[in-house]
Design a protein around this ligand. Structure first.
Ligand code: UD1
Ligand code: MG
Length: 455
């Protein structure tokens, strides 16, 4: 696309609905699917169009909604729709925020997370030869959706269910709610919309007939019904999650990832897994996880905010928390937790260990039961372990502390000061053996027990 014919896009996301059926203190669009708020899903649908402005029309909780939107787009704004007078009235609330904007406006619903970016791109393409473009779908059950009255490729009007004749109700091609039009025209048409209908609402859908009355071409682009799935209740939210997971599992398999039990693997919206990775049953991927090619994630592992490199083995029962970075061929075994730590190539942390705020050099071995004591109750401190270090089992490393390359710590040590390279640190009480003591001690206890039972 050359600069000269580039048309800017603005997203208007309708989200003023009460969300009453969610029975929640949280605005509906902030409920999450695949680890991201519904609102972010809607914004991400439009992200490939590189929107110049994003305006969210919020009801209650506008400030919270704006804060959340700004995590994705620092310039997003939320405007408040005080009275809910219909979708045209809602869209009109964005008028001021779009003053000076020239280009296409795409109206999305904040509670409809699965519109594909390609679908919006097809709408923009259709906009080239049409004044207004509506996104429609063939409904398995058209229910109460607005009906699209087509005349060939021309969309003549949208009829809301409540206002439809029996003949119009028989139409199965329905309105998803997504609409695209040039900004100036859209707000001109919205100003003409009245509320003379069965719901006494200002319908955004009326802009279609208004554009046609001006002799302007209007069309509908088709998408799968699945893309238009909206969330109104906790049951819908669970159904949306299930839809997302099913789709993402199929994609992973398709991309060459082995999922031994696909239905038990949980993905986030941004999980990235390279081909030939093997994911065993019951693995959970929280947000911001990348798994390189050929890595092996064993059963019942919980990962979030981490990176696992080629050839690494994680789990079973491992927990990788934000900032865990495993280099190639690292092994992390059962009941090991790693947080904010870099583990270099070939290092092993195999059993019952906590590594937090640390770095571990290449080919070091961390013995069972090792703990980096990183927190003093107020501050977090760093532990630096060099290359080829051997940390004996049950070592407590009291941070801040450094262990030099090729050093060792004796099993059971409490390491409170730095260990030089190549040294052995022993930090535990020396063993003393008392000959015969155990036998005499037990005899005394048994005698005492006998005496007590006779009393
Ligand atoms: C709307 C469409 C209908 C379409 C259906 C798809 C209209 C008139 N009808 O109907 O053709 O088939 O969606 O789901 O547009 N909203 C506001 N403020 C308002 C009213 C609505 O922000 O004053 C928001 C809602 O939060 C929701 C969206 O707009 O995200 C749609 O509103 P809703 O009441 O669900 O519209 P429907 O009657 O379902
Ligand atoms: Mg609806």
């Amino acid at each position: 696309m050359s600069d000269s014919n580039f048309t800017a896009t603005a997203l208007v996301i309708l989200a003023a609905g009460q969300g009453t059926r969610m029975k929640s203190d949280l605005p509906k669009v902030l409920h999450k699917v695949a680890g991201a708020p519904l609102l972010h899903h809607a914004m991400m649908s439009g992200a490939s169009l590189e929107p110049e402005r994003t305006v969210i029309v919020a009801g209650h909780g506008a400030e919270e909604v704006q804060d959340s939107a700004r995590e994705l787009d620092p310039e997003a704004t939320a405007v408040v729709q005080e009275d809910r007078l219909g979708t045209a009235h809602a869209t009109d609330q964005a008028r001021e925020a779009l003053v000076g904007f020239e280009g296409n406006v795409i109206v999305l619903y904040g509670d409809t997370p699965f519109i594909k970016p390609e679908t919006l791109e097809r709408m923009i393409a259709a906009r080239g030869t049409n004044a207004v473009v509506v996104l429609g779908f063939e409904a398995a059950d058209p229910g109460r959706y607005g009906r699209l009255a087509m005349n060939g490729e021309m969309l003549e009007k949208i009829v809301e269910f409540k206002d439809a004749t029996d003949e119009e109700k028989a139409i199965t091609f329905c309105n998803s709610g997504v609409i695209c039009a040039e900004s100036k025209l859209l707000f001109e048409l919205i100003a003409e919309v009245d509320n003379d209908n069965a719901s006494e609402e200002y319908y955004l859908t009326d802009v279609v007939a208004l554009a046609r009355a001006r002799g302007l071409p209007v069309t509908a682009v088709r998408c799968d019904e699945e893309e238009t799935l909206g969330v109104n209740s906790r049951a819908d939210l669970a159904a949306a999650e299930a839809t997302f997971q099913a789709r993402r599992r199929a994609e992973a398999l398709d991309e060459g990832v082995t999922l031994q039990a696909p239905d038990t693997v949980w993905f986030s919206h941004d999980t990235m897994i390279g081909r030939d990775a093997v994911i065993e049953p019951n693995v959970y991927f929280g947000p911001e996880v990348t798994i390189e090619t050929g890595a092996h994630i064993r059963a019942f592992s919980h990962l979030e905010g981490c990176h696992v490199s080629r050839g690494a083995i994680v789990g079973p029962f491992a927990r990788l928390r934000p900032g865990a970075e495993l280099a190639e061929d690292v092994h992390v075994g059962n009941f090991v937790e790693i947080k904010n730590a870099q583990v270099a190539e070939g290092a092993k942390v195999n059993h019952l260990t906590y590594i937090g705020d640390a770095s571990i050099g290449e080919r070091s071995n961390i013995g069972a039961g090792t703990i980096t004591c990183n927190y003093d109750g107020v501050f977090k401190h760093h532990t630096e372990i060099g290359a080829r270090v051997f940390i004996g089992s049950d070592t407590m490393l009291i941070a801040p502390v450094k262990i030099g390359d090729d050093a060792m710590t004796a099993t059971g040590s409490v390491i409170s000061s730095d260990v030089p390279a190549g040294a052995l640190a022993v930090a535990r009480a020396r063993q003393e053996n008392k000959p015969g003591f155990a036998i005499r001690f037990m005899e005394r206890l048994r005698a005492l027990k006998q005496k007590k039972s006779k009393e």
